[in-house]
Design a binder for this molecule. Structure first.
Ligand code: C2E
Ligand code: CA
Ligand code: CA
Ligand code: CA
Length: 279
């Protein structure tokens, strides 16, 4: 017993125990919420720097648990732990595509919708088939859909399975974006092994563009890297006009952030598109 470090005793730590129990309770409630159709999405608009026009949305999961919103990263982590992420993920695809269908039917031009996916989803044998099935269900072409993966997801793949799935999605005309680019361990080798259509410059770089020369340089480098490899660049977390202008000067392709719009509940999206004005 003497040889045991503190770490081995951590399960008996009351705070740790409480956290594990809380996560288990969240997992149980999430399973119920999924069956009860209580999972929602918010849609955050994306605009083009070229002409300031709306180009599409990113779907972000939302869940009110007993009147309290659950932070998406916590919810996703719990869902990954117990495998619920697969069912949850298809629900999010379905909601996102249903929303786009409604907007198209209302005579609006919603553009594309980007959906975030976890590694476990991409490892399902029938992932591509099921996603194509959902597009078909809603009568939408594959170009409507974009898939966002983090560098973490790529490294979680282990084998070539994830690379194959991403290649299959792209071969069907579904765009793939590398999310939070620059925060993980992605190297140029990964970009070669996992060809994508777009790099999303992480919010942490965009945030300090004006104050931190290093972040400005990194942001510019990511945009240049994207373009020299034939990809597009999206900046996330654009909150100020100064950030917007800097990114525009650097030739960034798309902007997303509170300056343009916060993630919107589904019922507000049509009004957003009707009243859309460039920033
Ligand atoms: P992400 O994919 O990087 O999404 C962007 C996050 O930044 C969102 O937080 C969004 O609400 C927030 N955001 C957008 N613009 C701004 C801005 O201008 N300023 C600031 N401060 N924040 C901004 P959210 O919705 O809480 O999601 C957090 C993370 O949870 C996401 O990061 C993503 O990694 C994960 N996530 C969210 N929805 C899903 C989902 O449906 N599936 C999966 N697998 N992950 C999801
Ligand atoms: Ca994302
Ligand atoms: Ca991101
Ligand atoms: Ca991020």
């Amino acid at each position: 017993a003497k040889a045991r470090g503190r770490g081995t005793l951590c399960l008996f730590d009351p705070a740790m125990k409480a956290e594990l129990e809380e996560r288990r309770a969240i997992a149980d409630d999430l399973a119920v919420a999924l069956l009860a159709d209580e999972i929602e999405i918010a849609l955050q608009p994306k605009t083009s720097f070229k002409d300031g026009r709306h180009t599409g949305f990113e779907a972000l999961v939302r869940w009110q648990r007993g009147g309290e919103p659950v932070p998406p990263p916590l919810m996703i982590a719990v869902a990954e732990e117990n495998g619920l992420i697969v069912a949850l993920g298809y629900r999010i695809f379905d909601l996102a595509l249903a929303t786009i269908r409604n907007l198209v039917d209302a005579g609006l031009a919603p553009g594309s919708v980007a959906v975030n996916v976890a590694a476990m989803q991409l490892r399902q044998d029938d992932f591509v088939t099921r996603v194509l099935g959902l597009l078909d269900k809603h009568g939408l072409p594959p170009a409507t859909l974009e898939i966002e993966v983090t560098e973490h997801v790529l490294l979680d793949g282990g084998d070539d399975c994830i690379a194959h799935t991403l290649a299959a999605l792209r071969a069907h005309g579904i765009r793939v974006s590398l999310d939070d680019f620059g925060t993980g361990y992605a190297s140029l080798t990964h970009l070669k092994r996992f060809p994508v259509d777009c790099l999303k410059v992480d919010r942490s770089f965009v945030r300090d563009i004006a104050r931190e020369p290093d972040n400005a340089i990194l942001t510019r480098t990511i945009i240049t890297l994207a373009h020299s490899l034939g990809m597009e660049a999206v900046a996330e977390g654009v909150e100020s006009v100064a950030q917007y202008q800097f990114l525009e000067e650097q030739g960034c392709d798309y902007a997303q952030g509170y300056l343009i719009a916060r993630p919107l509940p589904r019922r507000e999206v049509a009004a957003y598109l009707r009243g859309f004005t460039a920033p």
